[in-house]
Design a protein around this ligand. Structure first.
Ligand code: PEP
Ligand code: CO
Length: 451
């Protein structure tokens, strides 16, 4: 890190996608409060994640990242947090079993409250209002009052993140994630679907394996790994005032960590190598993600490596490709080759959601499971052909039985979208569709391993 970095140095650079806060003093007061509140995560945990990601970089582990497109202030219940955890644990079991490698579990949760938008205004029936920018900024209802940015929402996002994280820590260390309970993570509405039954079959096999291990003396009492799970949090570091307020110097190492989440990423719209977001990210020691879309050039991604990972540390930087099923074959290979030729330590992960969004005739923003699966399959094949480990996958998903994405072995049709379309932003996979994608990734990687 060069000496001219400090938590506010980004202010000298252009920061895109920042809200127009109506009252600067109000914002400053809120951020000053936030900067005194306790950190949400600790530097030691962040370092543990970075070590795990170094294994991902070596091809010895897989990164599974998933959760809401945007967390909501209204949908804030123990059940919804538990069900999102359940589905990620199920996907991790499917993947670990399928590819025989550890799966690093990272939620898009406990901080995912801010959204970049393609247009500053949204128009409905001839009326234009400021766009919804995530609940830490404004409210999704379509009224002028609701859409006015309010800094107090940043504080509410902080407290909701703290409360969400508290429950996640209790679930992952208090017995809920015990591998003996692998059957109970299958939810009722999934259990009768083909993928739910397939999961139940896998859970039976695991239960048998646990009995065998118990017989030779490995059990949940003497092996914490069987009843506790390491689970990390992540979100898009979009609102730089908020991220700065949660950035702290670690007393052990003297380094700066963004203590709002273990991993943070920047999006396709704010990853300019000379922009404020890259400036902010380069100075914190957290593992970083950058979304990479079809417009990214080889030169740009090398500049991102120079700025964000100058020491070329494995596990520091993950490129999260989000090309679209019809673009990935053309756009990804030249980028992979550049990074490989230049010897840059980068984990490649696939976000098969954001390049595959379209509007259905019903007016709903949706994604087809077929396109999602097509992008994932191509991603894995292309990386394999280049001799690079397909390090991870990134999904927008929920544990609920929503109808937001179409397709899946428990089919949702375009005409069903209106039934339970609950997202405040992009369409998410429901629990059954999430199992579908996990089975596909597991099979695809396994078949490559067997070749
Ligand atoms: C997102 O992850 O919700 C998002 C906005 O992604 P991207 O920056 O890739 O468009
Ligand atoms: Co999204």
């Amino acid at each position: 890190m060069s000496d001219d970095w400090h938590p506010h140095s980004w202010k000298k650079f252009q920061a895109l996608q920042q809200p127009e806060w109506p009252d600067q003093q109000n914002l400053d007061e809120t951020c000053s409060n936030l900067s005194r509140y306790p950190p949400l995560v600790f530097a030691g945990e962040v370092r543990a994640l970075k070590n795990h990601l170094a294994k991902v970089h070596r091809g010895d582990a897989f990164l599974l990242q998933g959760g809401d497109c945007a967390e909501s202030f209204n949908d804030f219940t123990a059940n919804s947090i538990r069900d999102k955890l359940k589905v990620l644990l199920q996907m991790a079991v499917i993947l670990t079993h399928g590819i025989s490698k550890p799966v690093i579990k990272v939620g898009r949760i406990a901080g995912q409250y801010a959204k970049p938008r393609s247009s500053p205004l949204e128009t409905q029936n001839g009326v234009s209002l400021p766009s919804f920018r995530g609940e830490s900024v404004n409210d999704p209802s379509f009224t002028l009052e609701a859409r006015l940015p309010d800094p107090l929402r940043l504080e509410r996002a902080y407290f909701q993140s703290a409360s969400t994280l508290n429950l996640l820590r209790a679930f992952t260390h208090g017995g809920f994630a015990n591998l003996e309970r692998v059957h109970t993570w299958n939810q009722d509405f999934v259990a009768n679907s083909p993928q739910g039954q397939r999961y139940a079959h896998l859970a039976d096999q695991l239960t048998d394996a646990m009995k065998f291990m118990g017989a030779i003396g490995v059990n949940t009492q003497n092996s914490p790994i069987l009843h506790e799970v390491e689970y990390f949090t992540s979100h898009e570091a979009l609102i730089l005032e908020y991220e700065t307020a949660l950035t702290r110097r670690d007393s052990l190492t003297g380094d700066f960590y963004n203590c709002s989440a273990h991993m943070i990423w920047i999006g396709e719209r704010t990853r300019q190598p000379d922009g404020a977001h890259v400036e902010f990210l380069r100075g914190v020691k957290n593992p970083l993600g950058v979304k990479i879309g079809p417009k990214a050039s080889a030169d740009e991604i090398l500049q991102l490596c120079d700025r964000l990972n100058p020491l070329n540390e494995p596990g520091r930087l993950t490129f999260i490709g989000r090309f679209g099923h019809d673009q990935i074959a053309k756009s990804l290979p030249p980028l992979l080759r550049t990074i490989k030729q230049e010897g840059r330590a980068v984990i490649w992960s696939c976000d098969p959601m954001h390049g595959n969004t379209y509007t259905a005739p019903t007016g709903h923003k949706t994604r087809a499971l077929d396109h999602i699966l097509m992008e994932l399959r191509q991603f894995i094949d292309i990386l394999q052909a280049e001799g690079i480990w397909p390090g991870g996958a990134h999904f927008e998903l929920t544990g609920d039985n929503v109808t937001e994405c179409v397709g899946g072995s428990h089919v949702v049709l375009e005409e069903d979208l209106n039934e339970r379309y609950e997202t405040t932003c992009d369409p998410r996979l429901n629990a059954a569709q999430s199992l579908d994608v996990a089975f596909l990734v597991a099979e695809e990687i396994r078949s490559l391993q067997q070749r």
